[in-house]
Design a protein around this ligand. Sequence first.
Ligand code: ATP
Ligand code: MG
Ligand code: MG
Ligand code: MG
Length: 468
Amino acid sequence: MKTAEIRQKFLSFFESQGHTIVSSSSLVPHDDPTLLFTNAGMNQFKDVFLGFDKRPYSRAVTAQKCVRAGGKHNDLENVGYTARHHTFFEMMGNFSFGDYFKHDAIKFAWEFLTSPQYLNLPKEKLLATVYAEDDEAYDIWLNDIGLPAEKIIRIGDNKGAKYASDNFWTMGDTGPCGPCSEIFFDHGEEIWGGPPGSPEEDGDRFIEIWNNVFMQFNRDESGEMHLLPKPSVDTGMGLERITAVLQHVHSNYEIDLFVDLLKAAARETGVPYNQETPSLKVIADHIRACSFLIADGVLPSNEGRGYVLRRIIRRAVRHGYKLGQNKPFFHKLVADLANIMGDAYPELRERQDLITEQLRLEETRFAQTLETGMGLLEQALADNQKVLAGEVIFKLYDTYGFPYDLTADICREREIELDEEGFNREMEAQRARARSAKSFKANVQLEYEGADSAFKGYTDTTAQAKIL
Ligand code: ATP
Ligand code: MG
Ligand code: MG
Ligand code: MG
């Protein structure tokens, strides 16, 4: 079953269970300054859960574009290292707004995953977690679904504080919150990793495919929990992860959609196609995040969302360089992506020219300093250095346009540590220079404005910092 077919099956299944199909919202959250990018299906329904917004339906189903490359959820550092994390991914979700609760949510998930009419997954490879104190969910899995007790794992309060564990979801310090029940698939003992809650849970053997959040309480300012009169459900299933399971592959990067992108990345970087090459995976991942972000109106810049986008583009370009491609190549993958995902997301085709051009410009800009910057870095590491000096990290950042995390990405590959404190000291020194430049400017301006109104002072603080 192809990715597109699985996406459609999910939507149709929940539609047949009375859910309204709602389109994905933009990756740029509207009216929510607390959120960098849309990172879950529930984001667009936040006000519905809070009771501020009413919809003509009480059940909804979506395929939501998500980016986790900053803010509370940041999976950027996982890309290329785990089989299951992307910066951009699609989260399939079903939602109940004060309608059904735990019993139906678990029943729907189980039916969709295991019924021969839908995904027909082998039941013995599935496990579920519940929140440690959630006996209700535990009983549903055990008695209504018939999952053996050893496959139901209570995840408690592992960080010491009450309700601090992964299995208790909160929207913020106050507001709706509640226990989760996550569903895992066992990819088999030849892969390293342990079940959730075990010391090896970070491995890739047991992969979380679906999270069910039961919004049961409202937490007030004093931290006290009150039962919600009409509890709700929010779920999220990773489309790429479930597709990997159905296509009998272990890694998300081996599914149909990614194989096509990896091939395109190999073609444009001029290396042989190989599913194991981490740099190809990074490039295939990043072209999705960058294209979808630009399609939703984000442009590369030096701050906020635009800077996250710039960092992702530069990381991709550096991985291309690592493979031996020092000419602009990244933008050429936009056409492939539009072919692969344009039916589900028409904005990719509608804005294909804009996306291509923005990426081409950004790549060309970075190409001017990448090689020299890499030269500086190699030189600094020439004598088997184990730590990269703060001054070098800063120079790469300030003169050659290497964001800190880009340098960190290179150093991680070579097991070299970064002198982060030294870098921060340099940053602070630069800020101080900029501040004194500003007061210098103010003084000069006063003097000059008195004598000659033509001088209006410097306008660019970084230029001033360099002049001083
Ligand atoms: P993990 O523990 O594997 O990082 P999570 O608990 O952070 O996942 P949730 O916030 O529960 O993930 O999101 C719901 C679902 O979305 C997950 O069960 C998973 O299938 C999918 N998902 C989450 N993060 C990613 C990602 N970075 N790339 C691909 N799929 C993801
Ligand atoms: Mg995560
Ligand atoms: Mg998890
Ligand atoms: Mg989860």
